[in-house]
Design a protein around this ligand. Sequence first.
Ligand code: SF4
Length: 341
Amino acid sequence: MDKILDVKDLNISFHTYAGEVKAVRGISFDLERGETLALVGESGCGKTVTAKAILRLLKEPPAEIKPSSQILFDGENVINMSKKRLGSFRGEDVSMIFQDPMTSLNPTMTVGKQIMEALKIHKKMNKREAEAESIRLLELVNIPNARERIKAYPHELSGGMRQRVMIAIALSCNPKILIADEPTTALDVTIQAQIMDLLNELKVKFNTAIILVTHDLGVVANFADRIQVMYAGSIIETGTKREIFYNSQHPYTWALLNSVPRLDTKSKEELYSLGGTPPDLILPLQGCPFASRCEHAMEICLEEKPEVTVLSSTHRLSCWLQHPDVPKVERPKSLRGEIYE
Ligand code: SF4
């Protein structure tokens, strides 16, 4: 194992007028060089907060990363980095692509200038070198006629092209980790597939590790090596792509999988949707956070936090259904034998 990132006991709160929101609750995970890890879950489960914390992009305060937390990048704790070190860490070591390129790109600057800015700051290139490198980067992300396109403003490009520009900026300093936060949500389905293929291609070419943040398990089916399912600030199940798609054992993961459209879904068939809402993260959580929405909930689920069950060296989950004294509950029939890939 060649770990590039090791997150240990990460706890993040937001101090608001209404009280302390415990958004991330003691999560631990790692990432290997060249690996793609997907953080999956509904809005508000803590996945984006986790991703931003890795880059120290959360405004502190109101955010607070608790002192026991560790985010180790190649052994160096990001939480203890100086402002100067953070400046080079962001971009040169870890870079991020955001959901909506239109709001992330500066509308008053040409895309070429925006790529060149990163190159001048981080790679100390002069104007000519930075311009040549910007053209090369736009060609790398398959933007046709790159020499002309560097003169375009963001509004002159399509959504897919803008996202390619964002990827070019993110890759400009050859980061070891690329964090992609819902990179295809604002795009239509065909462009989504092209952007995911492009990320995959670049990952193989440069051995960049990727953390993919998404609410959509369908997006990760062809892409992730490992999947981490988050709920109410905790990791409730983690496993390889195969383990999550073919042998997941947590009712929340089943609900997420059930809501992915499949090739054999009939045209008039309604897609499954999970009822209820996640718990309020200001209030103290007792028992399993998913209990109010879980059709298998038992008395103990309301009282005690489920223990972690280890199913393999890569597959773990927190659910009382795994306890040896609880009668076995089969995976839903609708999830058996399906082909997602
Ligand atoms: Fe459902 Fe209980 Fe498992 Fe939570 S611990 S997911 S409530 S069965």
